[in-house]
Design a protein around this ligand. Sequence first.
Ligand SMILES: CC(C)(COP(=O)(O)OP(=O)(O)OC[C@H]1O[C@@H](n2cnc3c(N)ncnc32)[C@H](O)[C@@H]1OP(=O)(O)O)[C@@H](O)C(=O)NCCC(=O)NCCS
Length: 138
Amino acid sequence: MDIDDIPEINQIEQQVTPHPWRDSQFVDSHAKHSCLSLILNGQIIGYAIYHVIVDEAEILNIAIAPDFQGKGYGRELLDELVNTVTKKAKRLFLEVRASNDTAIQLYDSVGFVEICIRANYYQTESGPEDAIMMAMEL
Ligand SMILES: CC(C)(COP(=O)(O)OP(=O)(O)OC[C@H]1O[C@@H](n2cnc3c(N)ncnc32)[C@H](O)[C@@H]1OP(=O)(O)O)[C@@H](O)C(=O)NCCC(=O)NCCS
């Protein structure tokens, strides 16, 4: 990810999640974490942000632009992230909204397992929602 990618990435972010990051969070992450842009024919269609601390890694954000979802790009981006992180860490963690069936199916299929639930972790317009913590041995 290039720092100049962030406005485009932030536009996608606003469309794909009820809890979007702010522009400043992407800028901050760009300085501190590992950031990937997925580019198709010169257009940014997805992104992933993760960090590695000692032998553990965590996915902080991953998304595909709405028009490109359901076409295999999320799996491609996640596979790339997992392959890269495998060289650096022993375990990979993430957190996902309990209602996010698409993401949970994707994570299940690459080998993530649920390790705990953070009850009422997210505040949504329709009330609180649980977060599921998932982990994968690399
Ligand atoms: C979650 C996300 C990254 C997946 O990317 P994607 O490009 O749409 O997913 P893919 O086309 O690569 O599909 C990967 C798997 O996801 C699941 N999936 C995809 N679309 C789905 C749908 N409409 N319903 C249920 N599962 C679905 C399937 O398991 C699929 O594997 P398969 O095609 O082998 O059956 C994407 O949907 C997204 O950006 N969502 C909004 C942001 C978000 O929720 N990010 C994750 C936060 S934890």
